[in-house]
Design a binder for this molecule. Structure first.
Ligand code: ADP
Ligand code: MG
Length: 412
């Protein structure tokens, strides 16, 4: 089925065509009809499968018709997002699909002045997209009323729970009508997500698109065994060999992010970092630069990059393996989006092997090995633009090889 065969408003179909959304993705195909019928929906589908449009299209179609009929603007739909970045991204999707329909979409998030948001709320909003904190501030100050809400969307529910928004989601329920439609979207599911979902939906239609391997089939993902201290040389090499590609590098901590940034800088490679230790405005700037191609290499921690949809990320590098195996799926899911091919490589050190085993358990498959021949390994570590490091590195290497030789003989 193609989008032009659906009974959506023509202007919405035109917008979808402009976005080059020709056919619904699996989750869209399954979720859209029950949403149109006004049912509660609990939808689980891998990251990158088009969950945003799965709720945005039918919600916009419904709200646009209501606005056209009543000529009134009040908050009919609330979309809850875990992070400001995501709320901005989802707002963009609503604006693109809802262009020319007459609906008013407002994004409200914290960390910025609230005056403009209040102004927009005063003039009337149909769809509110928000992160919990700022929304509650505005509810308590009397600027947001959810009394006539018809549709509640909880998006990226797994991420919301990870970030500790359980109480906020429950608190929202006290401000909205019982008689409403609830749409609950998540990339992964576990017991606490199920419990939350079933506490807020009623007789929900449950849609789960769960392939055997939760990593999207468009993504080629491999693991290379590289020692901790050598990782930066391999990153440098990868970057140099793929000049002009958009590369997203994941590290475990903020400190590691800054360290990798410095290591690349020493090698003459420009990159940017994004993590929780940065000001919100800086994070947005960095994301925008990565999105528009000014920055080719972005070094990120897990939380700061979850759910972020940037077209054309060619490579994801798991510079450090994630401690939580589901984050592996989220990370590699930043590439290969919207049907494109993606490539991901993990740098796994000796110490990280147990983490790799956890990941393989979680995805139910082995991660393909990217075998690095010894010569290539040594060459990568020795021939680097990072001259200062190079010297001691080479010396140290030679020393180690000297030491190893007799041992190996002894074994055989
Ligand atoms: P999810 O929320 O499931 O992680 P998104 O909603 O962010 O995924 O969508 C992932 C990507 O797929 C986006 O870049 C989006 O533009 C693209 N996409 C969504 N639906 C379609 C479609 N029907 N046809 C083509 N591309 C699509
Ligand atoms: Mg999403």
């Amino acid at each position: 089925m193609r989008f032009d065969q659906y009974k959506f408003l023509d202007v919405i179909k035109d917008n979808l065509a402009t976005l080059k959304f020709i056919r619904p993705t699996d989750i869209q195909f399954k979720a859209i009809p029950p949403i149109i019928n006004g049912e509660d929906v609990l939808a689980i589908a891998q990251t990158g499968t088009g969950k945003t449009a799965a709720f945005a299209i039918p919600v916009i179609d419904y709200v646009a018709r209501q606005v056209a009929d009543t000529k009134k603007h009040h908050i009919r739909c609330l979309v809850m997002e875990p992070t400001r970045e995501l709320s901005i991204q989802i707002t963009e999707v609503f604006n693109q699909i809802g262009k020319g329909t007459g609906i008013r979409v407002l994004n409200v998030y914290g960390g910025v002045e609230q005056d403009a948001q209040i102004q927009a709320l005063r003039s009337g909003t149909d769809i509110l997209i928000t992160t919990p904190g700022r929304m509650f501030d505005l509810i308590h100050q009397g600027f947001i009323s959810l009394e006539r809400l018809e549709i509640l969307v909880v998006d990226e529910a797994d991420h919301m729970l990870d970030l500790g928004f359980l109480k906020d989601i429950k608190d929202v329920l006290r401000h909205i009508p019982r008689n409403r439609q609830t749409l609950f979207f998540s990339a992964t599911i576990n017991d606490s997500i199920k419990k939350l979902a079933y506490s807020i939906v009623r007789n929900a239609i449950r849609i789960q698109i769960s392939p055997e391997n939760p990593v999207n089939k468009n993504i080629v993902h491999q693991v290379a065994f590289i020692e901790m201290d050598d990782k930066r040389f391999f990153l440098e090499r990868l970057v140099n060999e793929h000049e002009g590609s958009r590369i997203l590098v994941f590290v475990r901590t903020q400190v590691r992010a800054e360290r990798v940034f410095k290591a690349l800088e020493r090698a003459g490679i420009t990159s940017e970092t994004i993590h929780g230790g940065k000001e919100q405005s800086d994070r947005l700037k960095v994301l925008e630069a990565f999105r528009n191609g000014d920055t080719k290499i972005l070094i990120a921690t897990d939380v700061s990059a979850r759910g972020i949809d940037i077209q054309g990320v060619e490579y994801v590098v798991n510079y450090d393996l994630p401690e939580q195996p589901e984050n592996y799926v989220h990370r590699v899911g930043r590439t290969g989006r919207g049907g494109k091919k993606g490539y991901a490589v993990a740098f796994c050190s000796k110490e990280e092997k147990p983490l790799l085993a956890d990941i393989e358990d979680y995805i139910g498959a082995k991660v393909d090995l990217l075998k690095i021949e010894k010569d290539l390994y040594n060459e990568t570590v020795s021939f680097t633009a990072d001259e200062t490091q190079n010297d001691w590195k080479t010396l140290l290497k030679e020393a180690i090889i000297e030491e190893e030789k007799p041992k190996k003989k002894g074994k055989r």
